[in-house]
Design a protein around this ligand. Sequence first.
Ligand code: AMP
Ligand code: MG
Length: 390
Amino acid sequence: MITVDEALERLFALVKPLDTEEVPLIDAAGRVLARDVTAMRDQPPFAASAMDGYAVRGAEVAPGAIFAVIGEAAAGHAYDGAVDPGQTVRIFTGAPLPKGADRVIIQEDVAREGDRITLGQSPESNDNVRPAGCDFRKGQTMTAPRRLRPADIALLASMNIPFVPVRRKPQVALISTGDELVMPGETPGPDQIIASNTFGLKALLEDHGARARVLPIARDTIRSLETAFDLAQGADLIVTIGGASVGDHDLVGRVAGDLGMDRAFYTVAMRPGKPLMAGRMGDAAMIGLPGNPVSAMVCGHVFVVPMISAMLGLGATPAPRHTARLAAPLPANGPREHYMRARITPRGILAEDRQDSSLLSILAHAEALLVRPVRDPARAAGDQVEYLPL
Ligand code: AMP
Ligand code: MG
């Protein structure tokens, strides 16, 4: 048996960062920035008013001071002249500050009569000016790699970057295997069930930046599995589900091996999970997951998502973990790292009562995978533990 960390190392050895493409800014959300990008301008490009009010020379501001209004500056409409002593320009938020002025008195602090304003008795001390470049300067960079969030998209727009260099999306082919499986919407026979894993994994992997194709279900025959692998061509990563153990009907390793995969089969010291197969098949990486629905999803979180992140250039690192206090005691753990389905409650993290790896309803109810290290001793309520958020 190898540890989860060793298995991950071997999986990372099968993949590398994919090539780069340029996408329109409007399509860049959620993509991974592949190269540093540089601001094409200062923001704001000029000292700008932060308020609606009157632009003046700051040195002249005093309770009851009087100024002559000589013009107006609005957003997109600069005032051309200068503000000389005793003068002011009516100004609105986002307008360039006129020459000479270095402070904006908010309109609430001013009494206006015709072309004359008088300041109140206690004008606020803020200068209400956004200095040029106070947000960012020309040449400033957004550094790669970075998964682009909505605020990043807004910043890139402000930097005047209409096309964004991103990593190509990893193409994943998902293959369910088993004579007992039918697609959702079909009518299963009396001894059949609905394939669920490929759909859950597609959702999970696409959430993390991949593009996943659900292939037709492969039957437990060599011919059918060969057809499925053939349909998977063009993928960067082929994921099979089920048929990975050592039973008479577990043919995935054999067929993949005959098609050229270096048949690396690992027993991983984890629960749920355990049997895992991986290798390279031509240009693609291949990973074979166990068929039990919860095992497949847990392996998706623990192994496949980090492989996707590595292909996206985000580095070869395990799924990030959080910490929480136990809401209830837990017994000692055995020789396999245990990923327990759990909920986050006000009292702390709480493992679900039923941990069987076939129970999708429990997984759907859970918010976290509580990680029990190998041979972790019994833990008391209040002890700190690690978990993967779901
Ligand atoms: P296997 O690894 O093929 O022996 O499958 C283990 C268990 O998972 C069996 O009960 C299968 O019926 C079930 N199973 C396998 N593949 C899927 C799938 N794609 N969706 C739902 N259940 C599956
Ligand atoms: Mg099977």
